[in-house]
Design a protein. Sequence first.
Lengths: 222, 413, 295
Amino acid sequence: MWKSVIYKEWLKIRWFLAAFTVLGLIDVGYIFLKVRHEFTFSSGKDYWYSILFQRYRYFSFLKYLPLAGAVAVGLAQYLPEIINKRIKLTFHLPLKENKVLLMMHAFGTAGLLVSYLIILFAFWWLSKFFFTNEMITGAFVSVFPWFLAGLTAYFIIALIIFEPVWKYRIYYSLTGVFFLSIYLEPAVTGGYGPVNPVLFVLTGCLSIALIFSAYRFRKGEM
Amino acid sequence: MERISRYILVLVSAIAAAVVLPWLYRMTFDKPVHVPFVVYSCVNNDFMIQETENGKQERTDTHGNKYTREEYEQKLPLMYTRQLLTAGTMPDTINGTAIDMHELLKAKSVFYYKPEMMNTPHPELYPLFESESGRANLEMPDDFFRITWRMEFINAETNKIEEEKSRLFSVALYKKGFTFPSKLVAGIPTNRKSCDEGYFITDSADQLFHLKMMDGNPYVKKVDLPEGLKFRFINCVDFKDKKYYAYLFSEDNGIYILTQDEYELIKLPIEGFNPGNCDLRILGDIFYYNVIIRADDHLQVDVLNYSDYKKVDTYRKNWLTRSELPAGKIAAAIFPVQISMTDKNSNFINFYIEKPSGFAWIIVNLILAGIHLFVLLKRKTKISRHFFDLTVVTFTGFFGYIAVNLFQNKLFD
Amino acid sequence: MVNVIECNNLTHYYGRKLVYENLNIHVGEGNIVGLLGKNGTGKTTTINILNGFLRPRSGECLIYGENSQHLSPETKAKTGFLIEGHIQYSFMNISQIEKFYSGFYPKWNPAPYWELMSKLDVTPKQKISVMSCGQRSQVALGLILAQDPDLLILDDFSMGLDPGYRRLFIDYLREYAKSENKTIFATSHIIQDMERLIDEVLIIGYNRVLAQCPVNEFMSKFKQFSFESEKDISELKNEKFVVNLEQVKNKIELYTYEQEGFVKNFLDRQGIDCKNFREIRMGLEDAFIGLTGKY
């Protein structure tokens, strides 16, 4: 049965995931085009110096990419369920409601993660041409919270879309924005090191946020 | 499962509130603390204090005498040398000593340290300059080194290890008893310095080494340390008088200098400095060093002799911290904790939690819990279903109150 | 007989406004029950409660003995649900939607679905979003038939359909239900359609149940009498036996459960002349309007 659940989700988000992955690869490609340009027109040692000692970040163009992808996929996956309250069809299937919701959610999450990993792999692979392990590690420590922010945004969007009362949708949105700001503080390269594990746990906990508002929806909350 | 989902949302939004609300409060009510600028006058043999009071600058000494700007600058000829020369009021002698302009300029030094220089992430890659190039200007090397299980030089253009050079330097370090990997690596990584003195490096056994590249070859000198002395942070300096290589902070918060050529470690007679949360400024001239330590709640200025570093005088001023001022006290009452993602003493992002202070917040929390209980009773709901909510409000006050009302506890049967 | 649907003392409010209270519903196996009522009397509310999408203020609904708020997957597999407006996942095409649903029901039989689809003159890749109302209703019907549920809950199944489709839908449905002993609980605005389909009628007015019994019984007991009178007999409305009374000039229509003789006697005793007194044969729609009023 889970295959059928996933089938529906796949039909909804496949093109968005594909488009986002392509966009991400273009983003990464653009970053390294610039890096290569710097290496050619300036020099490797001066470029390394600016990264190591002048706080230059060559990867800052990645910052809002995961967020954009999460928003697109979240909307593509869950808006069609809310239009005309079609999610009633899913809830009427011979499965426990929370189980089917979590299956849908897990698939969307997995899809998004796969996109993220493809983009990160490209980033890592291209980095190895130009930078040492220390510099790449520093970059990854910095981009990790941005990708966590993307996942978190996806979880929060599901929560917001299922909420039946508009007033609360707005409140949740505000809360979501404030919470996401924790992941997106301006910082030096590697600055997020100590807090990344905690953020990872917080994001993991929020993965079941949508259960709450879907429950409110099911009970006919006005 | 719905209940757990709600609990998580309540807790997470309480955390978000604990970050955002104190931030909003600070944005609205914070006032800057005006820290006076205090230096020792070699003319007066007293401290000269410059303070900003109500937007105006006031200049006094420790006896309360007031000075105009010109009078003030006259008392600090070594600081305002250019100004006095321009005004034609620069004295020829100070305290009986004739002023040699050349010596004066050579002795001037400014050193500045902030805790975030120590508390910062840094990829451990450094450029090792050729210190005996014979050229007037230093040139940025083509490679950067790291010291892990050995010392490696990586060429920036090719991103590949230069094996021969790496082996040469690794062996040199090994022969001097270096225990890999390194702990601290300190130097001046820019080529904008008068000359290159390489790096001061501590190894895993807390031994201190001086590393330079001379004519392409490694120069390694092990600095003898007294038993048990370990360093927390090393700041290399490039002063014209070339008296010492660096200021070093020990694990027990002592400030040391390491003399040039003799490698003598001298501990400065300074108490009360914590590199984890104090700013440090050391202003040197031909007579004195002004060691200015600025903490959250006080300013301490110690004056040391330029020649033998003996303490001459000390000044201290305390003030109320933010949490001791009225606005801060109110904040402590309405916010059980205040969380910030940044800290002025660190470049790391983390949950910096300002713990609860005083007891007013407990009362505020209980009042809020009481209000919540009252509202529940009016709604005629079963109180036992709201046990979690009431507990959260009791412990987290406003944050929990907002959170439990944001995610309504209805319909759970 | 097993009660497939059982609602006991169902009470619901929208905010402060009462929808109905102490509504009791019993639908036995193999019955076809129609829920009739004017707009706003709570038809869709009842459907939502039955499907677990609304929690009633008090009372309970049981489907195959289970509380409708916590239906087990097994019960949901036995229940087919048509949402008002034939709502479906219209981003899918007719092949994708069949593939989607087939994965959930072990008894899934695609034959009736494709049979209906063949009548539609559409390609297998036809997206549901570009189909007409009538075509979509056939998709919905086909999916329910392919699921082969024992209980069908249909909310306003005729909405937006023109007469041809409606007739097709009803005939197919009734034939299917009767031959397989299926239970149906349906609502609709179009009473003539209901008349063709249902065995039992459940009519709700504002705040209460007006009638709940087999259609034949209802039609034989609920009568309309028509006569002429010069008098103004509007106060007759207050009489217990008068369910409804309409007077236009001197033509009077009286609705009641009482027999003709009883009414005639009453009118005579009140001294009300009644010229051309006769019983009017009603269809279900006439009876419905008679029971609930024209306005």
